[in-house]
Write a protein that binds this ligand. Structure first.
Ligand code: IMP
Length: 436
């Protein structure tokens, strides 16, 4: 079972980093395939907390090599800041342990400025981006204006690219966005030349490495960022991120054929959260939602924003399971639901009195959905020391069974806390990968 893709099946922050970290014991390669430093993983090893944004959580394993594939957008300064932060906790990011595709699009200061100005202009209609310049960087990629990592090593070409782009961005900022912010091409060029030397040893041929590892039957893990419902095509548009967050994009980004994939694992919380604006059908604005935020420590890793909280949305997760071809689901943060007298599952949607089979396409319609809930008995026991399905209180077992049944997707594991040993994997296919 050597190639596994792990994706979030809600609106991000499902706890993918922790699960990927748990599963990477055997992985030769861990590959990020989309997004940039808008993602944030907090992983805790032996009580030590590490926040990762661009670098895959596999970096915590000395024998695992981590890669950023072509479809990732990379802010070089943010990347080096992460190298330094990891260095401080004793993890050295060497070129043996980390590589980056020459094709990645760089996130540059003008992208961040455009992101911020646009959000300010959208005011009440803002997307609630992380402000990292991710959308504007992807725009440059598809409009073919991007500065890519490999461009850093051809100074005359880089100089021409930067000078054209800075001129265009300055005009756009001033004339369209009415902004005072302007950039200096020479300054940016010099800055990038200074960074180039540090980046060079990390350049990698990701497609070749991945395909060769597969040919040797080595374990390769693809780590998704954000969540399926934030996918640029399939998410709650326009309140989405700018990349494809679904499993199929791993092949496109890293340059390997779909037939090589053996297992697609979906990660979701036992409840639901969303950061930023956009429709959230099962959002709970009462004290129960506030309690999930409090107990689940639902504050963004990247922006620190409080996350909106609500109940497990069966329809949304079922959609995501289909979009990704999920083989098995891992349910995280089940422990957060301890002490709720009832656990609610949003099981069906109605729009203007008509039952729906799926999320509507338009965000306005999603906002107007009526959700029908099923209420299951809760449990009071602290379950953080549980290490098998059988040790869970009957009510918690029932919640997992009901989710499995309603989503129509096997539950392969669950977690009851942030430490590695608090993740319980039942699915043999995952266990064989993780050697647990
Ligand atoms: P952007 O990716 O910064 O452009 O933000 C677009 C939307 O995606 C906003 O609603 C963000 O809050 C959301 N988003 C981006 N990255 C993450 C993530 O890692 N977790 C959860 N939400 C995210």
């Amino acid at each position: 079972m050597p190639v596994m893709i792990v994706v979030g099946v809600q609106w991000g922050d499902e706890g993918k980093g922790k699960i990927v970290d748990f599963l990477t014991e055997r992985a030769k390669l861990v590959v990020r395939f989309q997004g940039g430093n808008n993602a944030g993983h907090t992983v805790i090893v032996e009580g030590r907390k590490t926040a990762l944004k661009l670098i895959p959580s596999g970096i915590l394993r000395p024998a695992t090599r981590c890669l950023l594939a072509a479809g990732v957008v990379v802010d070089p300064q943010a990347l080096f800041a992460e190298f330094d932060a990891l260095g401080e906790v004793g993890i050295e990011v060497t070129p043996q342990r980390f590589g980056i595709a020459g094709e990645v699009t760089l996130v540059l200061p003008y992208h961040r400025a455009i992101d911020a100005e646009r959000e300010a202009q959208l005011a009440a209609k803002k997307i609630g981006t992380t402000g990292k310049g991710i959308g504007p960087a992807y725009e440059d990629s598809v409009s073919r204006y991007a500065v890519r990592a490999a461009d850093l090593f051809n100074p005359s070409h880089l100089e021409a690219l930067i000078s054209r782009n800075v001129e265009l961005k300055n005009k756009y900022l001033k004339a369209v966005l009415n902004s005072e912010t302007q950039f200096d091409a020479k300054e940016l060029f010099d800055e990038l030349c200074a960074l180039a030397g540090r980046l060079k040893p990390y350049l990698a041929n990701v497609s070749l490495e991945v395909n060769e590892a597969c040919a040797r039957n080595e374990y390769v893990m693809f780590e998704g960022a954000q969540g399926s419902l934030l996918d640029i095509n399939h998410g709650t548009y326009p309140y989405v991120t700018s990349s494809h967050t679904v499993a199929g994009f791993a092949c496109v980004s890293a340059g390997f054929g779909p037939r090589l994939t053996n297992l697609v694992v979906g990660i979701c919380k036992a409840y639901a959260t969303r950061v930023g604006s956009g429709p959230f059908p099962t959002e709970d604005l009462t004290e129960e939602g506030a309690r999930m935020r409090e107990v689940g420590r639902e504050f963004g890793t990247v922006t620190g924003r409080p996350r909106r909280c609500g109940w497990f949305d069966v329809m949304a997760v079922r959609r995501a399971a289909r979009l990704n071809g999920i083989d098995t689901l891992v349910i995280t943060k089940l422990d957060v639901l301890s002490g709720f007298s009832q656990v609610k599952l949003g099981v069906s949607y109605e729009l203007d009195g008509t039952p729906l089979q799926d999320l509507p396409v338009c965000a306005d319609d999603i906002e107007r959905l009526k959700v029908k809930y099923e209420e299951l008995p809760g449990w009071n026991e602290d379950i953080t020391a549980v290490r098998s399905f059988g040790e869970l209180p009957k009510a918690a077992q029932e919640v997992l069974r009901r989710i499995e049944d309603a989503v129509q997707c096997r539950i392969g594991g669950f977690s009851v806390g942030p430490d590695r040993e608090q993740t319980i994997i039942m699915d043999e296919r995952i266990r064989s990968f993780a050697k647990v």
